[in-house]
Write a protein of this length. Structure first.
Ligand SMILES: [Zn+2]
Length: 195
């Protein structure tokens, strides 16, 4: 059945000009030209043999190889049969499948190792996280923290043990501004860090 240009346009745009099955980009002007780049045809979402109609809502664009290979299978059966194979061969055609990975939040990193201050100092009454080492150029190093510092307050919240600091940093987004209160020897210092 021949389709008007309006109908073809409408069908083509349903998938943004991609084959409904393999997502390959279709060449608008190569409609029905077997062997041409992006050659495509109108496919029936529900096959005519299975009672599918010629209404626009049942019509979808398909590249010619897919449309021919599909034969009398339903679109769904055919899609399932080629889906994994296509993803494997052409992952770039399925950007939406891989977006989650890209969107994953960047973790805040501070760049220091800490231990429970009471254990390091063998003084059960001392609270805080004692800095063991500071990675050069890390957020902690840029803020001015040094090995031996005892962090006992972050953003106004007391840090009783090393695990408190780790838990707090894990919950922060990258780029967060953190204020720390630190004991260095007998002096109490305040630091601002961008994690
Ligand atoms: Zn295709």
């Amino acid at each position: 059945m021949p389709y008007s240009e309006y109908e073809l346009n409408y069908i083509f745009d349903k998938t943004g000009g991609r084959c409904i099955h393999c997502r390959k980009k279709l060449g608008w002007s190569n409609y029905g030209i077997v062997g041409a780049r992006g050659a495509w045809e109108v496919d029936h979402s529900k096959a005519v043999a299975r009672g599918g109609t010629d209404y626009l809502r049942n019509l979808i664009p398909s590249c010619i190889p897919c449309n021919r290979a599909k034969g009398s299978q339903s679109s769904r059966q055919y899609n399932e049969s080629i889906f994994l194979e296509t993803i494997y061969k052409h992952p770039h055609r399925f950007p939406e499948l891989f977006q989650r990975k890209k969107r994953r939040k960047a973790k805040a990193t501070f760049g220091l190792e800490v231990a429970d201050a009471n254990k390091v100092l063998s003084m059960p009454s001392v609270i805080g996280a004692c800095v063991g080492s500071v990675r050069p150029k890390s957020a902690a190093a840029l803020a001015g923290l040094k090995a031996g510092d005892i962090i006992f307050e972050v953003n106004g919240i007391p840090i009783i043990a090393a695990v408190d600091l780790e838990t707090m940093l894990k919950s922060m987004k990258k780029g967060s501004v953190v204020s720390l209160v630190v004991q260095r020897g007998f002096i109490k210092l305040k630091f601002i860090a961008v994690v």
